[in-house]
Structure formats: structure tokens, C-alpha cells
Design a binder for this molecule. Structure first.
Ligand SMILES: O=C(O)CCC(=O)C(=O)O
Length: 257
């Protein structure tokens, strides 16, 4: 399913709130993806300077010396905080993406976080099943939406996202550190997730997952010999509330529309 210029259809909005997620095919044009991919490579290869607040997070197996990366990009797990890099943050204003998010949140939307998730081959790289609301202070959850666009094909073999349909209706669950040998920084997970009902969200480049911040989701190890890479932003509606007054003007929050 794609998205019309005027935003999501009533059926798409219903699917999102019933299932906790919605896949939109071909949402981001190939030319945009190629530009984001080039910029990502320049930043992690050291050919361009990181913008203020932007950070490269290396995979924990690289940090601990358990593997030797074949190239600088093979070492990277995440590029965080795209807000001050106009070339990458242009993603948050992709017209079809903004129209889709506005259909769910209303016209005035802000960004809360932005990342490129790079899953190299050769490391564990699992992301435990979790809910993103664990990381946010804003409420209510219905007024926040995550978007995750495949920059490269994402499939079961290379560790695509998997989601638990309807799990956004359970409220915020308890999270802890997984009992794994190598757990990336800040990766918390939920114990006892019903993995039998997981849906693996396989995407082509440009396809986009919209997901509720209480949807239980995660991703597996990249067992292929190529990269899995995605660009992601979380948006919040203007009328969300936080324990920090004036959150719309703080930190890396940006008004998009
Ligand atoms: O890209 C991944 O593997 C995980 C991303 C994720 O869990 C998220 O966007 O919350």
C-alpha cells in the first residue's frame, strides 16, 4: 500500500490503530535514499564532519574487540541525532512521510529523535523486543509515531524488524537488559514476548513502517554478507504533554509542520 498526496486513507488509519503499525510501500524516492546513503558513508568514513550533537555508535562487539571490522562502516551500529545535518534531516520533511504522519497526529508535528540504524554483517547486532515509549517522556502514546524507512532491502536473513501486531494495546511493559553476551548500549528488552505471533516486516528500499510507540518490536542478527540499513524518525503532535514544560522548543526537538 502507498500513500496519497493528501495522506492516509481511513482504512490505513484504522489498520494503524488496530495493528499498531502500517507499511507504506515506495514512500521515499530512490534519489533521496541515495543522497542519504552517500551522506551516511561520508560521515562514518570521516570524509565529512559530524554535525553538532550527532554521534556514531559502534557495535558492542567492535568496541569489545570481539570482531575486527572490515571497514569503518562495518563498525557502525547507529548514527544518532540527525537534526543538525540538513542533508540527512531532510528525511524528516519528505512530503509523503509528513502527509502520512499528519494523518495520524494532526497538522502540527515535531520530531523527537532521529537515527540511521546500520546492521553490518559479522556481528550479533540483535535488537531485543521492546517498546519505544520506554525511551520517551511525552504522553499520550497515541500522539507519537515512529517511522522506519529501509535504505537497503530489509529481509529475514539480514535482520529486518519484527513486530507483535496489536501489542500496543497492552500498555508500557517492563524492560530489562537481555541475557546475551553482546548487548548494544541502551538496548533494553521485554522478557517473555510471544515470539510465535511475531510478524517479520520485509521491506524494499523506500518502503516505510509507521509504528505506534507501544508496539513491541525488535530485529535479529544480520546473517547475510551485506548491510541492512534504515533511517528513522519519531514524531509527536503539538498537544503532547511532558513533565518538561515547553518541550516543543527544547533540545533537538524540531517543528516540521
Ligand atoms: O533498526 C533496528 O534494528 C531497530 C530499530 C528499532 O528498534 C527502533 O527504531 O525502535
Amino acid at each position: 500500500m502507498g500513500v496519497a498526496a493528501e495522506g492516509l486513507s481511513a482504512a490505513q488509519i484504522e489498520t494503524y490503530f488496530q495493528q499498531g503499525y502500517l507499511v507504506l510501500e515506495g514512500l521515499v524516492p530512490a534519489a533521496s535514499l541515495a543522497a542519504y546513503d552517500r551522506r551516511f558513508a561520508d560521515l562514518v568514513n570521516g570524509d565529512a564532519e559530524l554535525a553538532p550533537d550527532m554521534k556514531i555508535m559502534q557495535d558492542v562487539m567492535v568496541v569489545k574487540g570481539a570482531v575486527t571490522p572490515a571497514s569503518p562502516i562495518h563498525a557502525v551500529n547507529k548514527l544518532l541525532c540527525l537534526e543538525n545535518d540538513p542533508q540527512l534531516f531532510a528525511f524528516a520533511s519528505e512530503p509523503a512521510l509528513v502527509a502520512a504522519v499528519q494523518s495520524l497526529l494532526g497538522v502540527e508535528i515535531y520530531t523527537l529523535s532521529s537515527n540511521i540504524f546500520n546492521k553490518p554483517p559479522g556481528v550479533d547486532g540483535r535488537h531485543p523486543m521492546h517498546q519505544d515509549l520506554r525511551y520517551f517522556r511525552l504522553r499520550p502514546a497515541e500522539k507519537i509515531v515512529g517511522v522506519w524507512t529501509a535504505m537497503l532491502e530489509a529481509n529475514r536473513r539480514n535482520g529486518c524488524l519484527s513486530v507483535l501486531p496489536g501489542s500496543h494495546r497492552q500498555g508500557l511493559l517492563e524492560h530489562g537488559s537481555p541475557d546475551w553476551d553482546y548487548v548494544n548500549h541502551g538496548f533494553y528488552g521485554i522478557n517473555g514476548v510471544d515470539l510465535d505471533n511475531r510478524v517479520h516486516v520485509e521491506l524494499q528500499p523506500g518502503d516505510t513502517l509507521l509504528f505506534h510507540p507501544l508496539l513491541v518490536h525488535g530485529s535479529g542478527t544480520n546473517k547475510s554478507d551485506a548491510f541492512r540499513r534504515a533511517i528513522s524518525v519519531h514524531y509527536a503532535a503539538a498537544d503532547c504533554e511532558s513533565d518538561r514544560a515547553g518541550w516543543q522548543r527544547r533540545g533537538l526537538t524540531r517543528r516540521i509542520a
